[in-house]
Ligand binder design. Sequence first.
Ligand SMILES: Nc1ncnc2c1ncn2[C@@H]1O[C@H](COP(=O)(O)OP(=O)(O)OP(=O)(O)O)[C@@H](O)[C@H]1O
Ligand SMILES: Nc1nc2c(c(=O)[nH]1)N=C(CO)CN2
Length: 162
Amino acid sequence: MNIVYLGLGTNLGDREENLKQAIDLIKDFSKTDLLEVSKVYETEPWGYNKQDSFLNLCLKLKTELSPQELLENCQSVEAKLKRKRLVKWGPRTIDVDILLYGDLDMQTDDLIIPHPRIAERAFVLIPLADLDESLVIDGKYIVDLIVGLGENGVEKYKNSVI
Ligand SMILES: Nc1ncnc2c1ncn2[C@@H]1O[C@H](COP(=O)(O)OP(=O)(O)OP(=O)(O)O)[C@@H](O)[C@H]1O
Ligand SMILES: Nc1nc2c(c(=O)[nH]1)N=C(CO)CN2
């Protein structure tokens, strides 16, 4: 079995309902057990700021699905919640990213693991640290990456739990 971390984000429609439906769909993935759900954070948009704030959380799973199978399952969740890709990093009903898959380091045309932008994103690092404070990403402890984010780090996020 492989320990996997997913990142979920939503800023379109009924955000809390979107997260609930996405988690229910992920619970139904074959050969997979949902182990833990992080707190939910209200977060300012990153990368494209002309959009509403997001709700973000991370999930810890145990799975026998291959990385590619897991990606297809994650994309099926996005399709079921009618995600539309109109603007890069733009508004979405749900986004389900594979953040970490055990110690796997891979890159294909359609799948990069670890997710390449984890270390830049407090909206990922903070809920991910809820699940495992001992994670090492790009050779750095997750807590050091969070401190390195400065004003965007824990202080800003600890009051954004919903
Ligand atoms: N680790 C990963 N998790 C999910 N999708 C990935 C991953 N690595 C590569 N991809 C690819 O990224 C493509 C674009 O994904 P998407 O449109 O959801 O990007 P995004 O989530 O909006 O932006 P970002 O990738 O910066 O978080 C997907 O079609 C998928 O094939
Ligand atoms: N706060 C926040 N900003 C984002 C998010 C997200 O989930 N949360 N996802 C993005 C593309 O994956 C781009 N920007």
